[in-house]
Design a protein around this ligand. Structure first.
Ligand code: SF4
Length: 225
């Protein structure tokens, strides 16, 4: 089982998942966390019988080679897959850029792949000591903090994304932004939380111009999506 890459789906063309590049997205199965707002719950468990063969996915990506500039590994949590480094190499052989979406659940794997990819979108969920209130998993905050440290030290191009869910405490968010700024994070996107029925319940901080302006001073790039 360890010699396979478990692919849950492919989006062959998108402009949204790797800033500045036309990409395909490969969604990998498996995630050890259980965030309440997760949009990809069907990918949380590795289901070999529902996995797309990696050879077929590569053939699809090669056929799209003239239309895409990059392939993004997303999930689920791509870091849980032992074959991720090999899959990244397969894409680089196609002369395409490689992006990675991760929440940093497996720091050891992030340390292996951080310098092999061209860009990382890194999800930060809460103050690290309160992570389990979002992920449902004790110890997830320590893993995320360790991964963020690896990311900053790797000097790979990356962006932190924070999903601002309805009940997130505004002062916690402010403390979190200052903490990751101290870590060395330079680019942050605050994302409005889209619930499973696609409704958006906008957090009040998105209407708080003073808060947003104040927080933006901590970063080179500060975006709201
Ligand atoms: S880390 Fe991402 S994939 Fe995993 S449960 Fe949370 S939102 Fe879903």
């Amino acid at each position: 089982m360890d010699s396979l890459l478990f692919v849950g789906g492919v989006v062959p063309l998108t402009t949204l998942d790797y800033p500045g590049y036309i990409s395909a997205v490969v969604f990998l199965q498996g995630c050890p966390w259980r965030c309440s707002y997760c949009h990809n719950q069907h990918l949380q468990t590795i289901l070999p019988s529902e996995s797309l063969p990696w050879e077929d996915v590569q053939a699809l990506l090669r056929s799209r080679g003239n239309f895409i500039e990059a392939v993004v590994f997303s999930g689920g949590e791509p870091l849980v897959q032992p074959m991720l480094p090999s899959a990244i190499n397969d894409i680089k052989k196609m002369k395409l850029r490689v992006g990675l979406h991760t929440a940093g659940a497996v720091p050891e794997m992030l340390a292996r792949v951080a310098t092999a990819v061209n860009w990382i979108g890194f999800d930060v969920k809460q103050l690290f000591e309160k992570y389990s209130s979002v992920t449902g998993v004790e110890g997830s905050g320590e893993a995320a903090r360790e991964s963020l440290k690896i990311l900053v030290e790797s000097q790979v191009d990356f962006e932190v994304r924070i999903t601002v869910y309805e009940t997130m405490d505004a002062s916690d968010l402010g403390d979190l932004l200052k903490e990751i700024s101290d870590f060395g994070v330079r680019n942050v996107a605050l994302q409005k939380c889209r619930y499973l029925d696609e409704s958006i319940i906008e957090h009040p901080i998105f209407c708080d111009g003073l808060f947003l302006e104040d927080m933006s001073k901590y970063f080179d790039g500060f975006f709201v999506r």
